[in-house]
Design a protein around this ligand. Structure first.
Ligand code: G3P
Ligand code: CA
Length: 385
């Protein structure tokens, strides 16, 4: 039985919490030292109870999925440490740097096209406010879903910025400069064609790592983004667990719907990843039982790196939280986010980027990492061979 038949208004309220963007971007913020944000607590029991009523067993056959021997380098929004995030240039650079998988965050346009953008808004990476003045909603934001693909293609893309008194200030001051060169928003299909084209011309097999953004928001706007994403993946030949794709989402209800309803209806069976932010709404998942529950419908977790190492760890005393062990015991892969080389983006217990990778690959035991710097991560892993 799918989630649709047992969804309650309480669940819909809860699901809106999963639409929160995982990382807030303010200049100088450090994901590793930022306190865990406070959200209304999700009762996972609500979800678990629904699963039980649906006849879903607590421990599924994914329990025995073998862990991959190769540690995966997942290019977070492309080689976003070097070029504006989610641009075709950033994806081509990530490919050339040797990433195993390249990430696509997906949102939908007014005319039902999937574009590769992190936010449901356009105003922190494009010049939408200049090109389409007066098209913001009452909250002052310019929503992707209010624009057609043709309109979005008219926009210039920049390195990410925030606005202070109408002045754009870069989020990462030492990265690609704002508004230089020429970058455009592209569709999910165009990015798949880039990666498949490079796979043909190089003989490699780099995979996709798409994320369905804000499914509850899209549903409220009359759009089924998960179904649309699956249709594009199927069109390009990604239908089974052997097809080099991990499909990720922060919303567990949407992932269960994909697992139980959408993929069977479309004769698909892709590997699924439950994203887990360092916020209160996910607290009830961070246990052995929580991981066993997830293993009934996903194949791995993509947690904030904050959730894997105790924040009071020191260089000489790294203490893991146990979440990786719980996940592995449940047969789940562990792909934390986001690994960056900038000192102000690193936890105090890591001496440098290589030390950070040593801690997470060797002491925590993760199976792969989302990184803005695929080249450094590939080099690190090659040096250990
Ligand atoms: O999807 C995993 C990683 O990308 C972290 O989430 O907020 O950067 O899309 P976000
Ligand atoms: Ca993402």
């Amino acid at each position: 039985m799918g989630m649709g038949s047992c969804r309650t208004s309480s669940q819909d309220t809860v699901r809106e919490k999963y639409d929160t963007e995982a990382e807030s971007y303010s200049r100088g913020s450090n994901q590793f030292v930022t306190a865990i944000r406070s959200f209304p607590i999700l009762s996972f029991l609500l979800f678990a109870g629904c699963a039980a009523n649906s006849g879903v067993e607590v421990v599924g056959d994914n329990f025995e999925t073998p862990q991959p021997a190769k540690k995966l380098v997942i290019a977070h929004r492309g080689a976003s440490g070097y070029l504006p995030e989610h641009t075709i240039a950033a994806k081509a650079m990530a490919y050339a740097q040797g990433a195993d998988y390249i990430e696509q965050d997906l949102v939908m346009t007014k005319d039902d096209r999937l574009v590769v953008l992190h936010d449901r808004h356009l105003d922190t990476v494009t010049d939408v406010a200049s090109v389409f003045p007066g098209r913001a909603r009452d909250d002052g934001r310019y929503y992707v879903i209010d624009f057609t693909l043709d309109e979005i293609r008219q926009l210039s893309v920049s390195e990410r910025f925030e606005l202070e008194d109408r002045v754009a200030t870069p989020v990462f001051k030492d990265r690609f400069p704002l508004w230089k060169s020429s970058f455009r928003v592209h569709t999910f299909s165009e990015e798949i064609e880039l990666i498949q084209g490079l796979n043909k011309s190089t003989g490699k097999s780099v995979g996709l790592y798409p994320e369905i953004k804000s499914p509850a928001f899209h549903r409220d706007e009359g759009k089924d983004i998960a179904s649309a994403a699956l249709d594009v993946l199927s069109e390009y030949g990604y239908t089974s667990q052997s097809d080099d794709v991990f499909l990720q989402c922060f919303d567990p209800y949407e992932l269960q719907r994909i697992h139980a309803d959408l993929m069977p209806a479309k004769e698909m069976d892709l590997l699924l990843i439950q994203l887990i932010a360092a916020s209160e709404e996910y607290q009830s998942l961070l246990s052995a039982d929580g991981m066993k529950q997830l293993a009934t419908f996903v194949d791995g977790i993509g947690p904030s790196a904050l959730l894997l190492v105790e924040k009071d760890s020191t260089a000489s005393g790294i203490r893991t939280t146990g979440l990786t062990a719980f996940a592995h015991a449940a047969g789940l892969k562990v792909h934390p986010y986001t690994f960056r080389r900038e000192r102000d983006q690193m936890p105090p217990y890591a001496k440098d980027y290589d030390d950070l990778l040593t801690i997470f690959f060797d002491e925590v035991g993760v199976d792969g990492v989302f990184t803005d710097f695929p080249d450094l991560t590939v080099q690190f892993l090659e040096n250990r061979r």
